[in-house]
Design a protein around this ligand. Structure first.
Ligand SMILES: *Cc1c(COP(=O)(O)O)cnc(C)c1O
Length: 394
C-alpha cells in the first residue's frame, strides 16, 4: 500500500478510537427477524427498518424465486441501454397507482434516488431550501447539484418562510425539500404548512418518504396520503429497502418528471438496474400492503405499547410520533455504553452519537416492527429499565 495511504488510514482510525467513534459491524446470523442472533448473541432486535416483516414474507420470497428461475439473476445492463425488463416497468406502474401519481421511476436505492434526482433537477444558479435534519442522501444530492443550499432549523416554518421571502426575486428555480418522517427522531414533517409555503412562493416541493412508506397513510401510502395532500407535492421519493423489505428507491411525480429523469438522473443512466428478483418481490410487497393492512395496524399497536412502556419507565423519547423512538441520553460515551450493555443483556438498540446527531443529543434508537410479539417488547422494556437504572439514566 502507498505509504501516504497507510499513514492516512492509521491516523484516521486512531482518531476514531480516541473519540470513541470506532464501531465494529454487528453481524446477523440467519434472517432479519424481531428475535435474531447478532455476533453469536440472541437479541430482541430493535434496530432494523423491517417495519412490516416483509424481508421474509413468504409471498415475497416466492415472487423472488419465481422471477429468478424465469429471468435469471441479473438485468445485464443499465436501464437506458438493454437493462429495462418488463418487470421493472411493471413495478413502476404498480408504485405509481399505489401512490396515486402519473408516473414512477425506480433507482438502485433510496440514496441514489435522492442524490440523482436533486442533482438532475437543480443546478448552478438555483436555490435549495432544506430542513437541517434531512437525510445524508439529500445533502449529497444538494452538493452535487452545485445549487446554493439554505438550511432551515428543524421544522421551523417561520425560518422557512423567511428564506423563501429573501430569495423571492432570485431568478433561478427554488426547491423546498424535507423528509416525511425524520430517521433519527421519528417525528413527522409539518407537511401541509411546508407545502402551502412552497406553493405560495412558487417553489418546487420535494419529499423524502423513506421511513413513511408502509407506515403512514392508507395501506402505508405515505406522508402525502396521511395529510391528504395528493397532487401538491411535485417530487416524492420513497425506498424499497425499509418497510417494503428488499432494496431500491423510487421517485413519483408527473410523466414529464419521470421522462426527464430517464435522461438526466446519473445513477439511472450509469448504474445497472435491479435483478428481476428485486423487482418481483417489490411488486409482491405492494400487493401485501393492499391485502394485509392488519400488518400496519399491528405495527402501530406495537408502537403504542412500546412507547408508553418507555415513558412509564421515565426515558426521554424526544419528539417521536412513529415506530422510530429514540431514547435520548445526552452524552455520547454513556449512549454507547447503554447500547453495549443492552446488547449483552439481549436487546439490540443501536447507539447513535456525533456526527449523526449533536453530542448533547446522543441516544439509542429503537424501531419496533409489526412482527414483534408483546412478550418480546415487554422483555426489551424490562431490560431497558434494568440497564437504564444501573447506569443512572432513569
Ligand atoms: C434510509 C433512507 C434513505 C436511503 O434509502 P436506501 O434505500 O436505504 O438507500 C433515504 N432517505 C431517508 C430519509 C432514509 O431514512
Amino acid at each position: 500500500m502507498a505509504k501516504v495511504l497507510s499513514d492516512f488510514l492509521a491516523q484516521e482510525i486512531e482518531s476514531l478510537h480516541q473519540k470513541k467513534l470506532f464501531r465494529k459491524l454487528r453481524i446477523l446470523e440467519g434472517r432479519q427477524l424481531p428475535q435474531a442472533q447478532f455476533d453469536g448473541q440472541p437479541v430482541v432486535n430493535l434496530s432494523s427498518n423491517n417495519y412490516l416483516g416483509l424481508t421474509t414474507h413468504p409471498e415475497l420470497v416466492k415472487a423472488a424465486l419465481r422471477a429468478t428461475e424465469e429471468y435469471g439473476v441479473g438485468s445485464g445492463a443499465v436501464r437506458t441501454i438493454a437493462g429495462t425488463m418488463k418487470i421493472h416497468m411493471a413495478l413502476e406502474e404498480k408504485i405509481a397507482r399505489f401512490k396515486q401519481v402519473e408516473a414512477c421511476v425506480v433507482f438502485q436505492s433510496g440514496f441514489t434516488a435522492n442524490a440523482g434526482t436533486v442533482s438532475a433537477i437543480l443546478g448552478k444558479g438555483d436555490i435549495i431550501i432544506s430542513d437541517e435534519l434531512n437525510h445524508a442522501s439529500i445533502i449529497d444530492g444538494c452538493r452535487l447539484s452545485r445549487a446554493e443550499i439554505k438550511i432551515f432549523p428543524h421544522k421551523d416554518l417561520s425560518a422557512l418562510e423567511r428564506i423563501l421571502q429573501e430569495v423571492q426575486s432570485h431568478p433561478g428555480k427554488k426547491l423546498v425539500i424535507t423528509d416525511g418522517v425524520f430517521s433519527m427522531d421519528g417525528d413527522i414533517a409539518p407537511l401541509p404548512q411546508v407545502v402551502e409555503l412552497a406553493e405560495r412562493y412558487g417553489s418546487i416541493m420535494m419529499l423524502d418518504d423513506a421511513h413513511s412508506s408502509g407506515v403512514l397513510g392508507r395501506n402505508g401510502r405515505g406522508t402525502v396520503d396521511h395529510y391528504g395532500l395528493h397532487g401538491r407535492v411535485d417530487i416524492q421519493v420513497g425506498t424499497l429497502s425499509k418497510a417494503i423489505g428488499s432494496l431500491g428507491g423510487y421517485v413519483c411525480g408527473s410523466r414529464a418528471l419521470i421522462e426527464y429523469l430517464y435522461h438526466r438522473a446519473r445513477p439511472f443512466l450509469f448504474s445497472t438496474s435491479h435483478p428481476p428478483a428485486v423487482a418481483a418481490c417489490c411488486i409482491a410487497a405492494f400487493e401485501v400492503l393492499e391485502r394485509e393492512p392488519q400488518l400496519i395496524e399491528r405495527l402501530w399497536q406495537n408502537t403504542r405499547f412500546f412507547k408508553s412502556g418507555l415513558s412509564r419507565l421515565g426515558f426521554n423519547t424526544g419528539a417521536s410520533e412513529t415506530p422510530i423512538t429514540p431514547v435520548i441520553i445526552g452524552n455520547g460515551d454513556l449512549a454507547m455504553r447503554f447500547s453495549d450493555e443492552l446488547f449483552n443483556e439481549g436487546v439490540f438498540a443501536q447507539g447513535i452519537g456525533y456526527p449523526t446527531v449533536p453530542e448533547a443529543k446522543s441516544r439509542i434508537r429503537t424501531i419496533v416492527t409489526a412482527t414483534h410479539s408483546l412478550e418480546q417488547l415487554q422483555f426489551a422494556l424490562d431490560v431497558l429499565g434494568k440497564v437504564g437504572k444501573r447506569l443512572g439514566i432513569i
